[in-house]
Design a binder for this molecule. Sequence first.
Ligand code: ATP
Ligand code: FE2
Length: 339
Amino acid sequence: MRIKKGFLPNIKEKMISLGIESTAHTFGVGIIDSNGNILANVKDSYTTSKGGIHPTEAKEHHLRVKDKVVEDALSEAGIDMGGVDLISFSQGPGLPPCLVVGMEKAKQLARDYKKPLVGVNHCVCHLEVGRVITKAKDPVMLYVSGANTQVIAYEGGKYRIFGETLDQGVGNFLDNFARYIGMGFPGGPKIYELALKGKEFIELPYVVKGMDISVGGILTNVKQKYDSKKFELEDLAYSIQETVFAMLIEVAERAMAHCEKEELLLGGGVCCNKRLQEMAKIMCKERGAKLYVPQNNVLVDNGLMIAWQGLLEKDGVRKIDDIDIKPGWRTDQVDVDWR
Ligand code: ATP
Ligand code: FE2
């Protein structure tokens, strides 16, 4: 049940929101006020030196750090729970065991301190926090993270996905290859370091289907090339970036042309990659469009974006017992009533 618009216990003129992120590897807590001032953005991420992300281990990690991350965020903001007006959390999409930890912590705080609670869509948060931080007005967002790779824009009263990966997210693809060659998680930054030393471009499959991309075949191909020992690893890493990022830029550009939008916003951990940022910059310059790139701690998963989205959706507060996780919640299923 939706509580009537305007109903908010403890409402003050300036509101302070605390948001909890726990969709995958990161347990993050952000605190922001309704003027867009960042008060805290603290996180603790699960990493491995060899294998990939394991949902149960990520959950155990979140259970271990959750209380401390909340405490650290409050102390960074210089407030206690009494100063918080609203609590929000990532309801989905994400790994169920991880999502549950964030939801339970958010519910516990909401109950203990009698605060309103809002569940928000993680993907939409990447876009909205990008808008408030960069001041982009109505951008196309290239959202490239571990699990997700989507080109999103607001049209017809909804956030619509104009293009996406047909198999896995580009971050997972990079992590998978990094794991295969014995490097740890996350793999994206490691591939980037290797790629800086690459000299020769190796032809790889280039898979764009209309507005969508696919990376599964490329993964098989680069693993085979790696096993053949005929190629330098640095050249492979360089060629992976050049090929896959060009695919991303191509679909982003097509979406911009289709929607007639002149702003591109980057979101998701893979967009920390300087080469991807450079390619986006070149494409935008050629089109006479503007590129917006939030700082790295906002590109990756973070609690801040969850806190901000909570404020945007403050009129959608529901009864705590009616709230549950939504592991498969798609961007285009979100009711956008704050724009
Ligand atoms: P989501 O829940 O939105 O799918 P996520 O859980 O995958 O997000 P993010 O923090 O947005 O989390 O992204 C993590 C991904 O970003 C990992 O796959 C990691 O390898 C990749 N990554 C981080 N830094 C870089 C970089 N410099 N270059 C390429 N990839 C990077
Ligand atoms: Fe994310």
